[in-house]
Structure formats: structure tokens, C-alpha cells
Design a protein around this ligand. Sequence first.
Ligand SMILES: Nc1ncnc2c1ncn2[C@@H]1O[C@H](COP(=O)(O)OP(=O)(O)OP(=O)(O)O)[C@@H](O)[C@H]1O
Ligand SMILES: [Mg+2]
Length: 148
Amino acid sequence: MINLISHSENETKELAKKIAKDLKPGDVIVLTGELGSGKTKFTEGFLSYFNLENELSSPTFNIVNEYDTPNFPIYHFDVYRLEDIDEFYAIGGEEYFSSGICIIEWGEKIEEALPPSYLKISFSRNYENESIRNITIENFGNFPIISV
Ligand SMILES: Nc1ncnc2c1ncn2[C@@H]1O[C@H](COP(=O)(O)OP(=O)(O)OP(=O)(O)O)[C@@H](O)[C@H]1O
Ligand SMILES: [Mg+2]
């Protein structure tokens, strides 16, 4: 487990870029943490590693959005508004896991559908300083330990 502190939105995006460089299709990243904690900003940084920074569309209306790199797709999920896990199965959610890199905001809500190996990144706010986030990175199953 890695614990670190981000002091700004930009630092969170830079962290995401460092993580992005080590990932490959089939990898699943769960982003967890309260509203406004930085999950989408992290995703923006992640996509910018693949030169997709201007294309982030809000998944507010779609549960999942697809972004194409030259070699594989990236699927950005926000499962906050799913009623239950069956809704995730109904959209064929699991089929995305093997086809590209999946980044799943609020992924703990679909925990039982997750593959055995994934990377979980948790964000928490600091109520004394609006720009600080505590970030924890944990690998589950045999997901490789990443360096940041
Ligand atoms: N260190 C930081 N890292 C990331 N975001 C930060 C940081 N400091 C301040 N912010 C601000 O916090 C907000 C994070 O918003 P973001 O949309 O990424 O949250 P979220 O976790 O995706 O929320 P939601 O659960 O509603 O989707 C942004 O307005 C961003 O500018
Ligand atoms: Mg978000």
C-alpha cells in the first residue's frame, strides 16, 4: 500500500500520468472517495498521458465512456448512480474489463463484479486545506505493485 499527499489538482493529475505509463489493456483501476475528492481530475490526468486531455466527457448521463488510444480503448465508468449490481451486469459491464483499461469511479459499489486483480486508489479530502487530498494506492490479487 502506498500513501501520499496531493497538494493540488495538478499534482493529482501528474500522479495519474505516472500510473498510466505502467498500465496495459485488461487492467482495472477503481477510484473511490467522497464527492469532489478528485476521482474525475485523476481520470483527466490519466487520459492526458494518452493525449486525450481535451476529450473527457462527463459520464453523468452515461455509465461508461470510451476513449481510443492507437492501441487499445480506455473505458471510464462512473457507477455512482447505478441502482444495484444487476444494472452493471445488464449493461455488460464485465465485458469491458478484458477489452481495454477500465477506470471506475465509485467502483466499490460494484465490488462483487470486479476481477480478482485490480488497483484501488482512494481519495480523501482535508477539511483544513481545500487543495489537499490524501491518496492511498492498493493492489488487489496479483496486480503488480506500481511505483510512483
Ligand atoms: N489535490 C487535489 N486533487 C484533485 N482535485 C483537487 C485537489 N485540490 C482541489 N481539487 C478540486 O477538487 C475537485 C475535484 O473534483 P472531481 O470532479 O475530480 O471529484 P470527484 O471525486 O470525481 O467527484 P464525484 O464523486 O462528484 O464524481 C475539483 O474542483 C478540483 O479542482
Ligand atoms: Mg467524478
